[in-house]
Design a protein around this ligand. Structure first.
Ligand code: PMP
Length: 356
């Protein structure tokens, strides 16, 4: 049975990663032990952590100022950990609010210092990326979300600013080439493009740390995680292992440049079908459309239920839009093969022709 996994997250992983991970659950590297049964301070696990860090460095082409961490907690923890480490109570951080996740990041930052929302797309239900804004020169940092998972918008450029730049890349990490060194801090929950839920990738320029006056609890302090090589406490061992395997797979696919080519092809194919078939409509401003989460609606909302039924019958998972947005959302993360997008667009065509 062929299934097509368009889930928004947790989402599709490469088949070979799932096979290797399931083998490791029973017998990791012929040790006779499960990956879940080995100590995190053993050479067996240290090798996994070292390879995960070195693959992330290589795939992102990071310079020596940037450190790679694998931390517990999901991206939501980073909404707090970023201001905890970087925003003094009397200082102001600039945030761009271009969706649900950006708004949540703003809410958490306000617990730590002042927040100025320098740009927002709320006036049009976050269906575009705000372009005209200025950032106060003395802002502690500028925070934005590179890809808006729920609304289906994505930044095509890196915002221009002289203050430290911080990005939530949870839903487009390693999907396209970028100057990752341009960022003071990047974070991403692994469960979309780079592994299993339960771990965050954090890339941080160590020069920005140690400047706030508050006391930071040990587990929240990036500097202590750096000193401890992401092993201050027991790390999410299995999730890190799956990330390492996924990064290995990505390298084999030609790295970020290789996957970007396929991602462009997948997104073009689907947007082209949405444009061509009068039955469907994209909601997002054309120049800001996400290549990861394609959000669209039926021109006639009455057919939405029928289309979702057909998708279900054809083993196409995750097509229903987020409850806050409605309509459809088809996620095209790195591991989703082009063949799934071809099957989906064929289904759209067939459904359209039968309804007309
Ligand atoms: N940021 C973005 C852009 C996301 O898509 C998500 C999850 N979908 C989050 C943050 C929250 O991630 P988590 O559930 O891992 O805390």
């Amino acid at each position: 049975m062929t299934v097509h996994n368009f889930n928004a997250g947790p989402s599709i992983l490469p088949k070979e990663v799932l096979e290797q991970a399931s083998e490791a659950l029973v017998n990791f590297n012929n040790s006779g032990l499960s990956i879940l049964e080995i100590g995190h301070r053993t050479p067996l696990f240290q090798n996994i952590m070292d390879e995960a860090v070195s693959l992330a460095r290589e795939l992102m082409n990071l310079d020596s100022h940037h450190e790679v961490l694998f931390l517990h907690g999901g991206a939501t923890t980073q909404f707090m950990q970023v201001p905890y480490n970087l925003l003094d109570e009397t200082k102001t951080a600039a945030y761009i609010d271009n969706g649900v996740w950006g708004s949540k990041a703003v809410k958490e930052a306000r617990l730590f210092g002042n927040v100025e929302v320098v740009a927002s797309s709320k006036d049009k239900d976050h269906t575009y990326i705000p372009k005209d804004f200025s950032v106060p020169a003395d802002a502690a940092y500028l925070h934005y979300t590179t890809n808006n998972t729920i609304e289906g918008t994505q930044w095509n450029t890196i915002p221009e600013t002289d203050v430290p730049l911080i990005a939530d890349m949870s839903s487009d990490i390693l999907s396209r080439q970028m100057n990752f060194n341009r960022f003071a801090l990047i974070y991403a929950g692994a469960q979309k493009n780079m592994g299993a839920a339960g771990v965050n990738l954090v890339v941080v320029n160590k020069n920005i740390l140690g400047k706030v006056s508050r006391k930071i609890p040990t587990i929240m302090d990036y500097r202590i995680h750096i000193e401890n090589g992401s092993m201050l406490n027991t790390p999410p061992v299995f999730a890190i292992y799956v990330s390492m395997l996924t990064l290995r797979w990505l390298k084999k696919m030609g790295g970020v440049a290789g996957i970007e080519k396929i991602n462009n092809e997948k997104a073009s194919l689907l947007y082209e079908a949405i444009e061509r078939l009068p039955m469907f409509k994209a909601k997002v401003a054309e120049e800001d459309r996400s290549k990861m989460n394609i959000v669209f609606v039926a021109a006639n909302p009455d057919i939405e239920k029928d289309f979702l039924e057909v998708c279900k019958k054809e083993n196409m998972y995750g097509v229903k839009g987020h409850r806050l947005v409605g309509g459809f959302r088809v996620s095209l993360y790195n591991a989703l093969p082009l063949s799934s997008v071809k099957a989906f667009t064929a289904l759209m065509e067939d459904f359209s022709s039968r309804y007309n």
